[in-house]
Ligand binder design. Structure first.
Ligand SMILES: Nc1ncnc2c1ncn2[C@@H]1O[C@H](COP(=O)(O)OP(=O)(O)OP(=O)(O)O)[C@@H](O)[C@H]1O
Ligand SMILES: [Mg+2]
Length: 368
């Protein structure tokens, strides 16, 4: 009997494809298995080029869409083989796709969002129905199309006594506010690991600053911190969303060029503080006494970032592992859940979060 869903997430960090198999018997989420699937370097480079206006072309867009469709299919098949699960046990694959451009409403220009990784190819290769293109319906209804994970966070992590906030620290960071009594809220807070990663790559040649150790050995430069925090995004009211096109290495270099030279390690320390503070500032300005903060996404493994976040809020800070779900698999699980919502004609967005005019069924269905 088919009773599993697959969730596929390839985030703004472009680190790997996260894949999960989940079940929802009697509405109860259960993580059955998971896999982290490598993105080959040439494909990472193609994605990075597509994210930059000027280097992007229609040819590159279409080729990368196709190649990512193949990669997402291979990730699903590898995980199914590892778990001994066949396609007829899968009700649907929920594939987020790779965001190559996000132009948020109310931030100048035409609002749109583009995720690629051809769902037809995933369906054809795996033999499973695929749900994809989750964000654009919300945008068509005036929303930001992001964040979409709060509805899943609410299902899984809300509590009737404690006011909780879930922080997802991927490339970009977003929060989900779960009051014990009251409506769920959520929005992007700004950079997550994006700048910390790219600065580390430039100076140490490593993909990320392991446990934030390099940054921990530097000291925060208050002028740079102030300069970074003066970006207009941080003054925007919710709903709000952002991406790679706003916070990237060149933006950082521009900010640095306006200040006297700063030691590279101190810059890393400042970037970690910047990420922690911009998340904490939003939490401290909610007008809600937050009791518990749970972190998911790869940022949960950056010890220095977690320490700085903990120091900047009054709530207790832990990873979502304390709530029973490893921080690595929360986002992919959300897309397994969103695929189920689509099949069962349930809504996926929270209008108060995205700013859409109403809640709606998200995603298109692609049959094998
Ligand atoms: N041990 C670690 N120390 C420091 N940072 C880590 C560690 N492990 C993972 N990370 C960080 O987590 C990032 C990957 O996180 P994740 O996969 O959640 O982000 P993402 O793919 O961008 O997702 P999203 O869609 O939420 O943006 C890495 O790029 C790295 O910055
Ligand atoms: Mg990732």
């Amino acid at each position: 009997m088919a009773n599993f869903y697959i969730g596929l997430m390839s985030g703004t960090s472009i680190d790997s494809v996260d894949a999960v198999v989940a079940s929802f018997e009697q509405g109860q989420f259960k993580l059955i298995g998971h896999l982290s699937y490598d993105i080959p370097d040439h494909l990472k480079q193609a994605i990075q080029n597509l994210c930059q206006p000027g280097i992007d072309t229609v040819q590159l867009y279409a080729e990368t869409d196709q190649r990512l469709g193949e990669l997402f299919a291979q990730a699903s098949l590898a995980m199914m083989a590892e778990l001994g699960i066949s396609s007829d046990q899968i009700l649907a694959i929920g594939s987020h796709g790779q965001t190559v451009r996000h132009s948020a409403p109310g931030q100048g220009g035409i609002a749109f969002t583009q995720q690629i990784g051809d769902p037809n190819t995933i369906a054809a290769r795996t033999g499973c129905p695929v749900v994809a293109d989750f964000r654009r319906k919300d945008m068509a209804l005036g929303g930001h199309g992001a964040p979409l994970v709060p509805a899943f966070h609410q299902q899984l992590f809300s509590d009737s006594e404690q006011n909780r906030v879930i922080v997802n620290i991927g490339g970009i960071a977003n929060i989900t506010v779960l009051p014990a009594n009251g409506p769920c809220a959520g929005f992007d807070t700004g950079p997550g690991n994006l700048l910390v990663d790219s600065w580390c790559k430039k100076h140490l040649g490593k993909e990320y600053d392991n446990n934030g150790q390099w940054g921990a050995g530097g000291s925060c430069d208050t002028n740079l911190l102030k300069q970074l925090k003066s970006h207009s995004f941080f003054a925007l009211p919710a709903p709000k969303s952002t991406g790679r096109e706003t916070f990237h290495q060149q933006w950082l270099e521009q900010q640095l060029s306006q200040l006297p030279p700063i030691d590279a390690q101190d810059i890393q320390a400042t970037l970690i503080q910047f990420t922690a503070e911009t998340i904490a500032d939003e939490i401290n300005n909610l007008g809600l006494m937050v009791h518990e903060l749970y972190v998911c996404g790869g940022g949960a493994f950056n010890t220095e970032l977690m320490n700085r976040l903990g120091a900047a809020v009054t709530a207790t800070v832990a990873s979502t592992a304390a709530l029973g779900l490893d921080p690595n698999w929360v986002e992919a699980s959300a897309f397994a859940w969103l695929a189920r919502q689509r099949l069962e004609a349930g809504t996926g967005n929270i209008a108060a979060v995205t700013g859409a005019e109403r809640e709606t069924v998200l995603g298109g269905l692609y049959l094998p």
